[in-house]
Design a protein. Sequence first.
Length: 134
Amino acid sequence: MKVHEKIRKIRELKNFSQENMAEQLQMSVNGYAKIERGEVGLQMDKLEKIADVLGMDVVDLLTVEKNLVFLNMENRTNSANYYASQEQYVIEIEKLKQQNCYLQAILMEKEKLITWQKQQLDSLNELIRTIGRG
């Protein structure tokens, strides 16, 4: 995927219009459209501005990857966009697996705490019944 194609695809995934991009880049809509069509060369300063507007690093924008993954999820309240190379996708999966293990360990500790607190409550209730009889 060429840089200008990548710019267009990411802009579309983020639901940005060409007008919005042009405004944020302080240029005409026609001028911006030429960038997306690959009709003009891009200087590094313009690429940095485009990357900034798209919320990404200029290196990621310039990296031409064959195995690019695009994930676009939407619902009524919000939307999420994710784009990554296959390698980045694998790294992200590993991070999520580690986070999942960590959260499961926390959950187990919380369950142990709840069990202990229930035992304490049962003991206190028994103590109250014993005192009430006496």
